[in-house]
Design a protein around this ligand. Sequence first.
Ligand code: PHE
Length: 454
Amino acid sequence: MKAESSKGARGTFSNFGFLMASVGSAVGLGNLWKFPYLTGTNGGGIFVLIYLCILLTVGFACILGEMTIGRFTKLNPIGAYKKIAEKYTFAGVIGVVVSFLIVTYYNIIGGWILKYLVSYLFGQSKVVSANSEMFFGNFISSAFEPIIWTFLFIVINLLILKAGVIKGIERASKFMMPLLFVLLIITAIRSVTLPGAFEGIKFFLKPDLSKLSMSTVSAALGQVFFSLSLGMGITITYGSYLSDSANLEKNAVMVPLFDTIAAILSGFAILPAVFAFGFDPSEGPGLIFVTLPSVFGSMPGGVIFGSLFFLLILFAAITSSLSLLEVPTSYLIDNKNWNRKNAVYVLSLIIFLISIPESLSNGIWQMKFFGMAFFDFVGYIAESVLMPLCGLLMCIVIGHVWGTDNAAEEITNYGTLEFKAKSYWSVLIKYIAPILIFGIWLNSTGILSLFGIV
Ligand code: PHE
């Protein structure tokens, strides 16, 4: 039977609030700077098709699994795993560690976005776009400036998070996410109506079967995982703030759906504009901080579109970093009895201190860790090693320890709601998802290439 819930003290999201907060976590840099290019270089429409297949299988299975653990236990990931499968408490520990590690460098990128937005708003866009590559390189490698912007970005997060789950996270997400979609649609319309935009659409979506390979599938799987913010306890934590009557199955469809709409809209917002002005597409920070400022520099009304664009990325980054920081925060509140404000202050301070050497490793601090700068090394450990591992353990725990029948009881709220996909979901979470995730883990850690397999 279900244990007594302690939700009064924890706060409960409204259903719309949960949806916006979860979509806010999911829609982030993965949608904006990774999905469009990944699609363009991996077979266009074919890649989108593979991505959707994985989303409807592994993505759906894992997001519903995490939500269910969260709502059943009403606890942070460590408390949650301890409650449903004590021997696997370490899976929760990994989740908390992953979100903590990611937020240390995610905030640095958040700081860069803030700097660019402020530059656009205060009439500095020409300075940014005149020689965008040099400008960006000089900025991120300088010692003090990025750290100051990171600090400001952390303060924004802190102010929202200390206000609580409802007054902070829910309220911010309900404001930022709808606006983000509106801004994304406006920029997409501007982009596809530019002369020469068609080349970009062709690059983005033209199906190219010859690009199809195992590594395409692996790339799609990795992207689904990152984009849905899986394997780091976020959905467990947000699920713990859901009311018992909320329909988990429906939410597990809606979040991936909105996330994918955002990813496809980003493709339309970015690639046609890049091609229309004769630039080469790329991915990652280079796309957002180097290519796009040049595009805005050549575009009539570029200052306005640049400002809107950096504002929308800022919203995407804030709602993602809030979700990351909420994971260790909820751990300190649940398990260590801290009050929320203290938890948020202390965590923000530690995170800021760790982000200093990370930021310096983009410039003056040249030490390498397995050939990587500290900034990239932390990213590798969190995203490539620990995140898939955490997802894999989640499938094992639900599928083979706690059991899909127990989970289904929670999903149906003890028989009061229908769970249409029950048998489909059970097979996915027991067998298909763990096998595929194990595959990406071998690939993303580099173990496969060590044996010369890919
Ligand atoms: N899901 C986010 C994206 O697509 C990234 C993210 C990862 C957010 C981890 C939070 C935590 O960009």
